[in-house]
Design a protein around this ligand. Structure first.
Ligand SMILES: [Zn+2]
Length: 85
């Protein structure tokens, strides 16, 4: 119950927040124009939309990004795959 209330209040914040995720579709960094290739890490914002390479996101002090759940899952899978190989 408390969680649902918090979520509703944070909708605007969530939309303008940056997330670290894996590139699912080839695109370009909104800042430097670098090509973001499939499987690379990227930072995106839902409200915009803005796609950034990790380097630009790191360089901008205004951008405070966090790993998306999907990205974390992917990292876990990657690590497991490496261990199995
Ligand atoms: Zn960039």
């Amino acid at each position: 119950m408390a969680i649902a209330t918090t979520k509703r209040q944070n909708v605007v914040v969530m939309r303008s927040r940056y997330y670290l995720t894996t590139v699912k579709r080839v695109c370009r960094c909104s800042s430097c124009g670098a090509k973001l290739r499939l499987g690379d890490d990227m930072v995106f914002r839902k409200d915009g939309p803005v796609t950034l390479c990790v380097r630009c996101a790191e360089a901008d002090p205004l951008i405070d990004y966090r790993p998306s759940l999907r990205w974390e899952k992917e990292q876990r899978r990657r690590r497991q795959g490496r261990m199995a190989a």
